[in-house]
Design a protein around this ligand. Structure first.
Ligand SMILES: [Zn+2]
Length: 448
């Protein structure tokens, strides 16, 4: 048992949006069993009199392997298509060891900045890579203690067939389908406090075949797992779909039966009015990635309008070559600020941004008991010390303080599924210096 004693402030994000002062939270096993005042002390007691407690954050879109190619000079100022074409030859050389360490470093960054659940969209399977990529990623997530929704990504349409990636990065459709089925059977856990939910995720309309999209849909729905892909990220993509298929990206998805509460798209910047209504009516979700959208100059997603229409939205940091960090609390801040650039100061509140990053993300990934501080829910809780210098002068509203302020977005404690994973700002069981050195060595070899 863990007792979070006398929390200075709790933002629950429950159905009533309760915010509580001086309350305790009792954790037993994987879940929160009681929220109340003066709960008798038992188990491990953490004095939370200086801390804000909020639900752990949920990152819905990432490409961990890109950690190894952050900030490459040749792509710092490129838009999506040129940026991809620049990176493909470098990514060709990524191997199992590189994937292991990139995954580990990305998860460490996420944990330190408040993510307690993350997805990863790994679509890179160069010819010659024979290892069990998803197995490697699941092993690292388990080792570090983060809740994980890995997606089986893929690219199956190369330049010869009119796609964007080189043939060396393309897999045959049937290889992908076989591996999708394998990873569902091997790793997917649909239970309430699941630590691993598999999602199927062909990469983008411009690098997979429509046949694979169709087959993925029927496989996913036969197993009850969710589906994900990039969509409406750039005008280049929109033109590609119109030129090649005679359709805008979302109507292509509609034809393929890729709409519904078990589907969510990364980015969703260029949806028109009618398409926003389709998303709302079908319960289809959007993973908003504001930092990446700014970095690549892709555009500003219409999140304000999506929320008003009832579209389901979560947040994602996106891959590390287009962010270039896995700073989850920082992403919350950017989400709030970017909507204000488009819609003015009422474009998004701090609490709305946090809600996207907690409940919003948990819903997109299918974790039913995650995203709220609530009795019976998974004990995924962040503790943030409000006496840090960055919060000084901002404590009239401690919840908004963690979004508005911040030269550092690191949390003090992170509890995931009832286990303390980050303690006093350090990820337990990780030698951060050694890990950083290893990642730098691998990155240097790749880039050279
Ligand atoms: Zn992405």
């Amino acid at each position: 048992m863990i007792l979070l004693k006398n929390c200075r402030y709790i933002a629950t994000f429950d159905d009533e949006n309760r915010e509580l002062e001086g309350y305790d939270i009792l954790i037993d096993g994987k879940s929160i069993v009681k929220i109340g005042e003066n709960i008798p002390e038992r188990g491990e007691v953490i004095d939370c009199s200086r801390h804000l407690a909020i639900p752990g954050l949920v990152n819905t879109h990432h490409h961990f392997f890109q950690i190894l190619t952050r900030n490459l000079k040749g792509a710092q100022n490129a838009g999506l298509f040129d940026w991809l074409i620049f990176h493909y030859p470098v990514w060709m050389k990524i191997d199992e060891e590189a994937i292991y360490y990139a995954t580990k470093l990305a998860i460490v960054e996420l944990l330190k900045t408040g993510a307690t659940t993350t997805s990863d969209h790994h679509y890179l399977y160069p010819v010659g890579l024979t290892g069990d990529v998803m197995g490697i990623q699941v092993e690292v997530a388990r080792e570090l203690g983060i809740r994980f929704a890995p997606t089986r990504g893929s690219m199956t349409m190369g330049v010869k067939s009119g796609g964007l990636p080189p043939e060396e990065l393309v897999e045959p459709d049937d290889t992908v389908l076989r591996d999708m089925q394998r990873v569902i059977e091997e790793f997917h856990d649909p239970s309430d406090f699941s630590m691993t939910r598999i999602i199927l995720a062909p990469c983008s309309p411009f690098n997979v075949t429509l046949e694979l999209m169709r087959e993925t849909e029927s496989l996913a729905r036969s197993y009850g797992v969710f589906m994900h892909t990039h969509l409406a990220e750039t005008l280049d993509e929109e033109r590609y779909c119109i030129d090649r298929y005679g359709k805008r990206p979302l109507s292509l998805m509609e034809d393929l039966n890729w709409l519904g509460p078990d589907v969510y798209f990364a980015h969703g910047i260029w949806f028109n009015d009618e398409e926003l209504k389709v998303l709302a009516d079908t319960g289809t979700g959007v993973s908003h990635c504001p930092s990446s959208n700014m970095r690549l100059g892709s555009g500003i997603a219409r999140i304000r309008e999506m929320l008003d229409l009832g579209v389901r939205v979560g947040l994602g940091v996106d891959g590390s070559a287009s962010n270039d960090s896995s700073d989850m609390l920082g992403e919350v801040r950017n989400a709030m600020l970017l909507q204000r650039v488009r819609y003015g100061p009422a474009g998004m509140t701090a609490r709305e941004a946090l809600r996207l990053a907690t409940r919003g993300g948990a819903e997109l990934l299918g974790f039913r008991k995650v995203g709220q501080i609530r009795e019976g829910f998974a004990a995924d809780i962040l503790l943030i010390d409000l006496t840090r210098p960055q919060h000084a002068g901002s404590l009239s509203d401690p919840v908004a303080s963690v979004v508005f302020t911040g030269f550092s977005h690191e949390v003090d404690y992170s509890i995931i599924n009832g286990k303390i994973v980050v303690e006093k700002g350090r990820v337990k069981g990780v030698d951060e210096e050694r890990l950083t050195e290893l990642v730098n060595d691998i990155s240097k070899n790749l880039v050279d």
